[in-house]
Design a protein around this ligand. Sequence first.
Ligand code: URA
Length: 255
Amino acid sequence: MGSKSLEKEGIRLQKILSQAGVASRRKAEEMILEGRVSVNGQVVGSLGTKADPLRDKIKVDGKPLRKPEPKAYLLLNKPRGYLTSMAVEEERPTIAQLLKGVKVRVFPVGRLDYDAEGVLLLTNDGELALTLSHPRYEIPRRYLVKVRGIPSPDRLKEMKRGLRLEDGWASALATMKEVTDQDNSWLEITVREGRNHLVKRLCQRIGHPVQRLKRIQYSFLTAEGLKPGTYRFLTSEEIQRLQELASRKRKLTKA
Ligand code: URA
């Protein structure tokens, strides 16, 4: 195994095996106790051993374990006219084309419509993605929305109180930003879940169809400094902040 400190700081072997898809954690424990697992050439016959899946040579029944992909977190400023899909399609452009330089496989956390633009988080961290996108955790998404007409304050209050949509009640915080002319206005709208076409359906419901939809913030992340169509990797501080937020949310809802 690596250094002494690695032994202390590593991840439990059964967790590494289960994360690599070898077996459930319980079954992995049995495999360890049966002496089927080795770390750096030494058979591990008891539980409690820790290892570093990126640096240590772990084998099961003599076969090397596949190295896990390093975790990646990035932020794309999605332009209009791109599907939120990592598949390459022939009919319409997808965000995969904008992320060609990214060597690890990542997937979007939630989605933006084809004609929507703005902040889109991508990662291969399944646990974080699940927490951030689960409606139970109410992560705020802030949008700038151009709508047809000029909604009255009463209409915006209705949105705040909640409106019945075909898949249940939904609400949003909406404020008037700018009246461009008699036919259009810009609203700032915050929702706390990621249901399909949610903002469009809410606006439609109050009689002001969406003309343009721009996500300007997802949790604390904004597209500041990112030109449409470009991406950047999150900083370690941002990743830590997201992880802390997700773990706080999970704890709160458990309590
Ligand atoms: N709400 C919508 O209607 N569309 C999006 O892309 C995001 C939120």
